[in-house]
Design a protein around this ligand. Structure first.
Ligand code: 18C
Length: 260
């Protein structure tokens, strides 16, 4: 074990304070007013959002947004997946070893750097969408269990702590922009475990649990792409992703003990 001296400790603290990385746990503190506040803190959808897709518990909302003629719509989806916990859902969404088993938009997904057990830098190459150029992304991917949040924000029947995975674009020297158009994404998957009330003495099993997910995403395809194609691809791919990730997790967890 190496002890830090006082100067090292002060330097480390300064580095940490001046770092632009905000650990997700701090996001549960009061968010100050700014023009994007509604995009990031509210689970509620107002008149600015339109319901793009609905199927049972799954709801996908979008909000039009363009930057210089490029479609960068905001997306927000909620879903409730039976038989799995928040931790299990977040784990499988984060785990790059199973990504190709549920993600259908990719040609490849590769770890550029593993910063810790819960933080990776990932390079992904997407399938080409005709008639546009092929896209890639480089993003920081981080998973964590959140500190217990405000009683007011809890779901009815919620147990344990929420889990969150955040994927957000960064640059990395091992993946310079060359062959592909670099898309820029901010994605977060927030998961909460819900438990059905059951009779005393009844052992908890997977029939009693479900995971409520709130997924938000904002993708800038980077470089012009036909708006109608971008919106058509989104409309098709997000529900597909939610369905596939959900059934992947359900199958993966089926015969395993419940992980809270
Ligand atoms: O969050 C999801 N997956 C995570 C793990 O992979 C990760 C992914 C982030 C998505 C970044 C998207 C970058 C867009 C690149 C082009 C997309 C090509 C699609 C190919 C389809 C066959 O966090 C789940 C993501 C689920 C679905 C994502 C769809 C994104 C579509 C929005 C923009 C479309 C741009 C189209 C480009 C050109 C079209 C003319």
């Amino acid at each position: 074990e190496v002890a830090l001296d006082r100067q090292d400790e002060e330097d480390a603290m300064k580095d940490f304070q001046s770092s632009t990385f905000v650990p997700p746990s701090e996001l549960i503190e009061q968010e100050p007013e700014h023009r994007m506040k509604a995009e990031i803190v509210s689970e509620n959808v107002d008149h600015n959002w339109s319901l793009a897709y609905e199927d049972g518990d799954m709801k996908v909302y979008r909000r039009d947004y363009e930057e210089g003629g490029i479609v960068c719509d905001f997306l927000k989806a909620t879903h409730t997946v039976t038989g799995i916990t928040a931790r299990e859902m977040a784990h499988y969404f984060f785990d790059i070893d199973v990504r190709m088993d549920w993600e259908t938009t990719l040609d490849s997904s590769k770890i550029l750097e593993q910063l810790s057990d819960s933080t990776l830098i990932v390079h992904q190459i997407y399938k080409r969408v005709w008639p546009s150029s092929q896209r890639d992304t480089v993003f920081l991917s981080h998973i964590r269990e959140m500190p217990t949040h405000d009683a007011g924000e809890r779901q009815v029947n919620e147990v344990g702590r929420p889990w969150i995975v955040m994927n957000y674009s960064i640059e990395h020297p091992d993946a310079p922009i060359n062959k592909f158009v670099r898309a820029v994404a901010v994605v977060s998957l927030f998961c909460q475990t819900l438990i059905e009330p059951r009779q005393e003495g009844n052992k908890l099993n997977r029939d009693h649990i479900s995971c409520k997910i709130t997924y938000i995403s904002n993708v800038n395809p980077g470089g012009w792409a036909p708006p109608s194609v971008v919106r058509a691809v989104s409309k098709r791919e997000y529900p597909k992703f939610l369905r596939r990730l959900s059934s992947f997790c359900q199958n993966a967890c089926e015969d395993k003990p419940i992980t809270m």
